[in-house]
Design a protein around this ligand. Structure first.
Ligand code: SAH
Length: 356
């Protein structure tokens, strides 16, 4: 699809659609016809209440595109659905729909590839190809709802890419996804995972989106973290935790920490004790009355062929969790959904690229 120079309709807010209509000598109420329809997955070019000449004018100026399903894997264990979507330029991204008692959650991608270079992660192996537009992030939700017939009520930005490395488009996506005339998913039902771009966490704290932040920490000392997460060389653990505290103070939203357990790298009992002291001393200083709710998600690393890392065994994971709990830090071992379909993001796209 040739989209150069054309306006991406699904990336527009109602006010921007109105401006486009006015610039086309069309009544601005067309925006109120088009915006809600697009968010249900209906192309403006298929709307019956819009005439042919309007559609022709619109076609000269703008396009509407939803990601198409290239591959779909359904877990026989828990019904988790993994999609490989094709974008308008042929690039692919992954999304995962997980079914929980409290509703369906989608994990979406924010970039094609990633440039953060985390040593254990499949998404970063080929580097970053490009950022996703707001409509491509929204489009994953709409396309998954259409294909699965399931209503999606929660969004986690934990797929391929570093969302805060695509900041402006992510902010626009958040405005679109939470818009009352669109799919309207509340900010409390959205969480964003970051490897720790401190300047952007500070920026996000100033925006009015009470989303949940999830921090990929994965180590309790700078030496270990820098060795597996290059971003730590720019923003170390101390600066990251300071940004977390400020985010919590500004938004009142809890922050969760992701800790991927890699056998022999970061899973020793001493690492757990150091993590507990670090989080308690940086986030819950004694002279402050507020009590920062700390939650650590422990995830045995998903082996990726190229990385050579292996997961900690159950005894090491349980011990790590027990040490955190004993020191007042809630720790859960992440239930692996879709274990039979390689549901962690990045691996399906790579497998597909290697085939081509
Ligand atoms: N860039 C963002 C979001 C994408 S990664 C971030 O870093 O948070 C989503 C989560 O999966 C992160 O916590 C990431 O560290 C983790 N992850 C990546 N590869 C993994 C693997 N092989 N096993 C377990 N977790 C992994």
């Amino acid at each position: 699809m040739n989209t150069t120079e054309k306006t991406d309709l699904l990336s527009l807010l109602p006010s921007e659609l109105e401006e486009l209509m006015i610039s086309m000598d069309e009544p601005k109420y067309r925006a109120t016809q088009i915006f809600p329809a697009m968010h249900k997955g209906i192309s403006p070019f298929d709307l019956t209440n819009i005439g042919k000449s309007t559609k022709q004018k619109l076609d000269e100026r703008a396009f509407f595109f939803l990601p198409t399903v290239k591959r779909k894997l359904i877990s026989a264990i828990d019904g988790t659905i993994k999609y490989l979507f094709t974008l308008h330029d042929g690039n692919c991204v992954e999304s995962v729909v997980m079914k929980y008692k409290h509703g369906n959650t989608i994990c979406i991608s924010s970039q094609v590839g990633c440039r953060m270079g985390c040593a254990f992660c499949a998404s970063t192996i080929g580097g970053k190809i490009r950022d996703l537009s707001p409509s491509e992030m929204l489009g994953q939700i709409i396309a998954a709802e259409l294909d699965s017939g399931e209503k999606i009520s929660n969004v986690v930005m934990m797929g391929i890419g570093e969302p805060l490395d695509n900041y402006a488009n992510v902010i626009k996506f958040l405005k679109l996804v939470g818009h009352e005339k669109g799919i309207n998913i509340g900010y409390r039902h959205i969480s964003l995972s970051t490897c720790g771009l401190v300047n952007r966490i500070d920026d996000l704290a100033k925006e009015s989106f009470p989303i949940t932040l999830s921090i990929s920490l994965h180590a309790s000392d700078d030496e270990t973290r820098s060795a597996i997460m290059p971003v730590n060389k720019k923003w170390n653990i101390e600066s990251l935790l300071t940004a977390c505290r400020n985010y919590y103070k500004a938004t009142g939203r809890r922050i969760s920490f992701e800790y991927t357990l890699i056998s022999g790298k970061n899973d020793a009992p001493e690492a757990a004790a150091r993590l507990a002291s670090l989080l308690n001393s940086s986030l819950r200083p004694k002279n402050e009355s507020e009590s920062f709710p700390i939650h650590v998600n422990l995830i045995p690393v998903n082996p990726v062929t190229e990385t050579g890392f292996s997961a900690s065994d159950k005894a090491a994971v349980d011990k790590f969790a027990a040490i955190l709990e004993k020191r007042g830090i809630r720790a859960t071992v992440r239930r692996r959904l879709g274990a039979d379909i390689n549901a962690s993001c990045g691996q399906l796209r790579r497998a597909e690229e290697n085939i081509q």
